[in-house]
Design a protein around this ligand. Structure first.
Ligand SMILES: *Cc1c(COP(=O)(O)O)cnc(C)c1O
Length: 349
């Protein structure tokens, strides 16, 4: 696949900014302050961060079994989504409902976002995707799997069908992959020239750091790297992310506890009259509130009432009004938090 032909003309002619690193004894080249103070013992924040995040990318490469040249680091994966749209342009296409940034950033960058409704099982409507691919030739397709806010994974064969049919890039956003456990796209990066995988540290305990990664063929990485700001990932975030990745056991045990709590919460919610929880492979559960009358507007009002009632008891969930009317989304918390949520929910119903 000829990647360069897909890239926006203004990006095609660009060269990536290279912050050269020349070893030296006296460093007077970058308008930094010479008066250093270090934090966390070793982070010298009077100096600019490593523009290429080499240590971090090296660790991620080992963890994900890909090469460092197949990884690009972002200030969260949000930034990588922005950079992808800046590089390839539109139209972009994505199922709805899904993660709102695909639409917001398409619009912010003045590109058309094509919304393709999910089917009744919250899976991809392959026919409609193939139709859009044929007629409108989207430069970028965004597939969040597991999907936010529905929580399900899309069927693999549908995703592969879309990857094979698309003449543009297909971005599989695996923000919630750690909670679903399945890893089927990264191992096949080399085989599909238009496949891009997104991962983030945000959902596994490090949201405040803002660290995300994009994995793709080196030709794609090189193009997107041209629009990346040179020092997009600050020294502290790089340092802490490296420390966290070296301490994988702690992160893994956190992920295990979220998954086991998700199973418990789902079972309990399933037993609860008046709501319908949807199966989730992520760290949240989407659930529908059934209004007494059963009509759409009654359901919407009932969902608002439960949302307000929970908040009144100090429990904040996400009201999906406007995105998924009549539904609320609850993030998996500690066992104690989840029990408090359940208790409050049952009182309100
Ligand atoms: C939360 C989320 C992100 C954003 O992740 P950051 O790395 O924090 O920017 C990306 N994609 C999906 C589907 C998400 O739900």
């Amino acid at each position: 696949m000829n990647i360069r032909r897909l890239v926006k003309p203004n990006i095609r002619g660009l060269k990536a900014y290279r912050a050269e690193e020349i070893p030296c004894r006296v460093k007077l080249d970058a308008n930094e302050s010479p008066y250093g103070f270090s934090v966390l013992r070793s982070v010298r924040i009077n100096r600019y961060p490593d523009p290429e995040a080499k240590t971090l990318r090296g660790l991620v490469a080992r963890e994900f079994r890909v090469k460092p040249e197949n990884i690009l680091h972002g200030n969260g994966s949000d930034e990588l989504i922005y950079n992808l749209i800046a590089t390839f342009g539109g139209p972009t296409a994505y199922p709805v409902p899904t993660f709102s940034m695909y639409g917001i950033l398409s619009q912010a960058l003045n590109e058309t976002g094509i919304e393709i409704p999910l089917d009744e099982k919250f899976d991809l409507d392959t026919e409609r995707f193939l139709g859009v691919i044929k007629k409108r030739k989207p430069k970028l397709i965004f597939l969040s799997s597991p999907n936010n806010p529905t929580g399900n994974r899309f069927s693999s064969d549908r995703i592969w069908k879309i990857i094979k049919a698309s003449k543009g890039m297909v971005v599989v956003d695996e923000a919630y992959q750690p909670f679903s456990g399945r890893n089927e796209f990264l191992p096949l990066l080399g085989k599909y020239g238009n496949l891009i995988v997104l991962r983030t540290l945000s959902k596994i305990g490090l949201a405040g750091l803002r660290v995300g990664f994009m994995m793709a063929g080196a030709d794609i990485i090189n193009e997107v790297n041209k629009v990346r700001l040179p020092f997009n990932l600050n020294s502290l975030s790089q340092h802490v992310a490296v420390a966290a990745l070296r301490n994988r056991e702690r992160m893994r045990s956190y992920i295990r506890s979220v998954v086991s709590e998700r199973k418990r919460l789902f079972k309990e919610m399933k037993k609860t009259e008046g709501i319908e929880p949807y199966p989730s492979q992520a760290n949240f559960i989407l659930f529908r509130i059934r209004g007494n009358a059963g009509s759409v507007s009654a359901n919407r009002n009932a969902a608002d009432r439960i949302y307000e009632g929970l908040l009144h008891k100090g429990i904040l969930v996400r009201n999906m009004k406007g995105i998924f009317d009549g539904c609320l989304r609850v993030t998996i918390g500690t066992p104690r938090e989840n029990t408090a949520f359940l208790k409050a929910l049952r009182q309100l119903l």
